[in-house]
Design a protein around this ligand. Structure first.
Ligand code: F6P
Length: 355
C-alpha cells in the first residue's frame, strides 16, 4: 500500500508527533508499505509533489514543534474555482492517482477538513486528523496542539500578572482564537485571569470598565484580562463580519484588544497596557499530553486506513479515540457554549466575562 501524508493550515505542536505515529504504525504493521510526504499542505498535492518518508525522517521527531512536511493555507473557496482549464480539486485528484496513493492522511483544522471531505467525495481515500490550537473542530472533544498552546498562554498570563501587580496596571493579554475562545477560556481560568473575553460572549465596554473600577474600589491594585483574538464588542456583534472588519481597518486594528485598552485607560483612569501573544502559542515543543494524544490519534488513524476505513477523521470522545465521517464534520465548528459548564464554573468563582 502507498500512503501520503500532508499537514495543512496553521501549524501547531504535535503535528510531527502524529506524522511519526502514523509512519511507525505502518512500518510496524504493513508489509512493503511506501509512505510519502506531500510538502506545503494541499499546495504540494495541487503541484503534484511528494518525497519518500524513511525511518530516519520520522523516528525521533515526537518532541519537535512545527511540521517536517511544511504547511500552507489553501482557501477552501478556491478549491472548486476553474483556473487554466482545471480546478485545484481536480488537480489534487489527478495527482493523487498519478502518485499511486491508496490513502491520504490530512492533518489539519476546520478548513482542511472541508477540503478533505471534498477529496473523499471525489473518490480519494482520505483519513483526517484533528489539529489546531483553537480546539474548534466539530465532533472531537479535543484537538492535538491545543493543550500545548494552553500551557504557553497560561505561563504568559502568569508572567503578565506579576508585571501588572508591580505597576498597579490593568493588563490585557491577547490570545489566539478567531472564531472560538477555547484557548483563552482555558488559559484564562488556569492562570487565574480576572476577566475573560471570548468571541462567543460579546462584551460590553461599560461592563468591562465597571468591573475594573469595582476591583480597585475593593482594594485590588491590578486587573488581568485574557482577550481572545476574535473577541467582539456587543455593538460589533450586531454587524456583519465585513462591516466589523471595515470599522477596525479604519482604526488601523485587526482585533479589539488595543482599542479596549485605550478606552479602559481613558474611562477608568488606571494605567492600561496590552500584550499580544501571537505565534508563540503555535511554535515549539509539544507538551507531554499532546505527545500522547498525537500518538493515540496517529496510530488510530493508520489502523483505520490499514483496515480500509476512509472518508473519516479521528476524534476524541471522552477517554476514547473514535472517528467521524468527514462529511459530518466539514463546515461545522465547535464553539464555547456560553451557558456551558466551564463558563459557569469560571463565573461561579467570580471570573467576569464582560457582560
Ligand atoms: O491555526 C489557528 C490560528 O492560529 C488561529 O488561532 C489564528 O486566528 C490563525 O491561525 C492565524 O493564522 P495565520 O497563521 O494565517 O496568521
Amino acid at each position: 500500500m502507498k500512503f501520503g501524508i500532508l499537514t495543512s493550515g496553521g501549524d501547531c505542536s504535535g503535528l510531527n508527533a502524529v506524522i511519526r505515529a502514523i509512519c511507525l504504525y505502518i512500518d510496524q504493521n504493513v508489509k512493503n508499505a511506501e509512505i510519502v510526504g506531500i510538502p506545503d499542505g494541499y499546495g504540494g498535492l495541487i503541484r503534484g509533489e511528494s518525497f519518500p518518508l524513511c525511518r530516519e525522517n520520522y523516528e525521533d521527531i515526537i518532541g519537535i514543534g512545527g511540521t517536517i512536511l511544511r504547511t500552507s493555507r489553501q482557501p477552501f473557496k478556491q478549491m472548486t474555482v476553474s483556473e487554466n482549464g482545471a480546478t485545484r480539486l481536480g488537480r489534487m485528484c489527478e495527482n493523487y492517482k498519478k502518485m499511486g496513493l491508496d490513502c491520504l492522511f490530512t492533518l489539519g483544522g476546520a478548513g482542511t477538513h472541508k477540503t478533505a471531505a471534498l477529496l473523499s467525495m471525489e473518490g480519494c481515500n482520505v483519513v483526517g486528523l484533528p489539529k489546531t490550537i483553537d480546539n474548534d473542530i466539530y465532533g472531537t472533544d479535543v484537538t492535538f496542539g491545543f493543550q500545548t498552546a494552553v500551557e504557553v498562554a497560561t505561563e504568559a498570563i502568569d508572567r503578565v500578572r506579576t508585571t501588572a501587580e508591580s505597576h498597579s496596571r490593568t493588563m490585557l493579554i491577547e490570545i489566539m482564537g478567531n472564531k472560538a475562545g477555547w484557548l483563552t477560556l482555558h488559559a484564562g481560568i488556569a492562570a487565574g485571569a480576572d476577566m475573560i473575553l471570548i468571541p462567543e460572549i460579546p462584551f460590553s465596554v461599560d461592563a468591562v470598565c465597571e468591573f475594573v473600577s469595582q476591583q480597585r474600589r475593593k482594594g485590588k491594585n491590578s486587573t488581568v484580562i485574557a482577550v481572545a483574538e476574535g473577541a467582539l464588542l456587543a455593538d460589533e456583534a450586531k454587524f456583519k463580519k465585513s462591516e466589523r472588519v471595515f470599522v477596525r481597518t479604519e482604526r488601523g486594528e485587526t482585533t479589539v484588544t488595543a482599542h479596549l485598552a485605550e478606552v479602559l485607560q481613558q474611562r477608568t483612569g488606571y494605567e492600561t497596557r496590552s500584550s499580544v501573544l501571537g505565534y508563540l502559542q503555535r511554535g515549539g515543543t509539544p507538551c507531554a499530553y499532546d505527545r500522547v494524544l498525537s500518538t493515540r490519534l496517529g496510530s488510530f488513524a493508520a489502523n483505520l486506513a490499514c483496515g480500509g476505513k476512509f472518508g473519516v477523521t479521528a476524534a476524541v470522545s471522552g477517554s476514547r479515540i473514535t472517528f467521524n465521517a468527514l462529511t459530518d464534520v466539514a463546515g461545522k465548528y465547535k464553539l464555547v457554549p456560553p451557558a456551558g459548564e466551564i463558563v459557569a464554573a469560571a463565573k461561579s468563582i467570580g471570573i467576569h466575562f464582560g457582560i
